[in-house]
Design a protein around this ligand. Structure first.
Ligand code: MG
Length: 401
């Protein structure tokens, strides 16, 4: 059998629903075999495109697509300085595509390449957001009745509800004003209400989105302990990770962390010291499937479960990769789920489907997902300044979004 070689790499930019998506297509010397990967960094997608087209692609042409480990490792060191969201996403696009190709070459779904299924489907959590605790409860109950047992509940999203009450002082810069301190009274009240009105087996989640001052985060985790959360997410920013040992010593609220991680060193101490319960990385932001499988196995040794990031800035190709890893990894915990539009379903045939709270991969070889490039080309990405990341405190200070 002649060895396959990589003959071309295409970067496909498309925006079927709100956010720019970056899809990588790796072509091979066999016209019948290509692979798809996710390189989506929605808010700096042009930088990822340039990295792939100008640096990664020339490095790939002529290589053996079966050498996934060597290609991942060499791509990571080829620019000498490594990691970071732009390079990691570029490498992820290639890496996922190579696993897709490997599955297609062997005629098996990707999860079979890694040791097979630990479960037939991945439990997912959905988002119930509302302007007050009653609206959140109504939406959470509706999801529960559809079969979803894991529900993330937020009052007013990440921004909260009191930002309109007090305007910023004269002369303050424009931005998305918020008052993080409101979480200290609104969130315990929300979950106390949800525990009263929802069935006992509803699993509830909350995302702080790194918006609190660290000591307020410690207070919130303690206040929420009686509400038995499935997990409390991003209680601290990556820059404040030293606070995890403080909160861990004071309460048993389950903690999820890592959606902003882009360097393997960021997760190592949290996992090895058992300071978190769920690793939340965004797979394309850490470099694709290859590092995520290793991270998953590391976590397994320390009783930490996976909860890969999965909102709409994970492309449908990235979500297919997530679900393949979810059904395989023994220590899988939960998969965040974003509902896709009809257009996305049409643009990405083979998207994993959700039924009664579980996401199912399909049985096609590789990642089991394709892209209709003609349709994708009809929805070009919009170049505009990102506004939701301009979060400001009541006095006008810029803060983490
Ligand atoms: Mg989050």
């Amino acid at each position: 059998m002649n060895k396959l070689t990589i003959t071309d790499v295409k970067t496909i930019l498309t925006q079927p629903k709100g956010l720019p998506l970056v899809i990588v297509k790796v072509l091979t010397s066999d016209p019948a075999i290509h692979g798809l990967g996710c390189a989506t960094f929605s808010w700096r997608y042009r930088a990822v495109e340039a990295c792939i087209e100008k640096h990664v692609k020339p490095f790939m042409i002529g290589r053996d697509p079966a050498s996934i480990e060597d290609i991942w490792q060499s791509s990571m060191v080829n620019g000498y300085w490594r990691n970071g969201p732009v390079l990691n996403n570029a490498v992820s696009g290639i890496d996922m595509a190579l696993w897709d190709i490997k599955g297609k070459m062997l005629g098996v779904p990707c999860y079979e390449l890694w040791g097979g299924m630990s479960r037939p489907a991945a439990a997912v959590y959905v988002h119930a957001d509302g302007k007050d605790k009653h609206e959140v409860a109504d939406r959470a109950r509706a999801y529960y009745e559809q079969g979803f047992r894991h529900i993330r509940c937020q009052v007013g999203g990440y921004r909260g509800v009191s930002w309109e009450k007090n305007g910023p002082p004269p002369g303050a810069f424009p931005g998305q004003y918020c008052n993080p301190k409101e979480k200290l009274y609104l969130v315990p009240e929300l979950f106390a209400h949800l525990r009263e009105v929802l069935p006992t087996d509803a699993e509830l989640l909350y995302d702080v989105h790194e918006r609190l001052a660290p000591i307020d985060g410690v207070w919130l985790a303690k206040a929420l302990e009686p509400m038995r959360l499935y997990f409390l997410e991003d209680l601290f920013a990556p820059e404040d990770m030293g606070w995890f040992s403080t909160v861990r010593g004071q309460c048993a609220t389950a903690l999820a962390m890592g959606e902003l991680f882009v360097h393997p060193g960021e997760s190592l101490s949290l996992i090895s010291q058992r300071l978190i319960d769920f690793i939340r990385v965004h797979p394309s932001d850490v470099g694709g499937i290859t590092p995520c499988l290793k991270l998953g196995h590391l976590c397994d040794s320390f009783g930490v479960r996976t909860a890969f990031h999965g909102p709409c800035d994970v492309s449908p190709v990235g979500m297919a990769a997530n679900v393949h890893m979810d059904v395989h990894l023994h220590n899988f915990g939960i998969q965040e789920w974003a509902f896709r539009s009809e257009l996305e379903e049409a643009m990405f045939p083979g998207l994993p489907q959700v039924r009664e709270g579980y996401a199912y991969p399909n049985e096609r070889p590789g990642l089991g997902i394709e892209i209709d490039e003609t349709l994708a080309a009809k929805y070009p990405c919009e170049d505009k300044v990102t506004e939701w990341t301009m979060a400001r405190l009541p006095d006008g200070t810029i803060t983490r979004p």
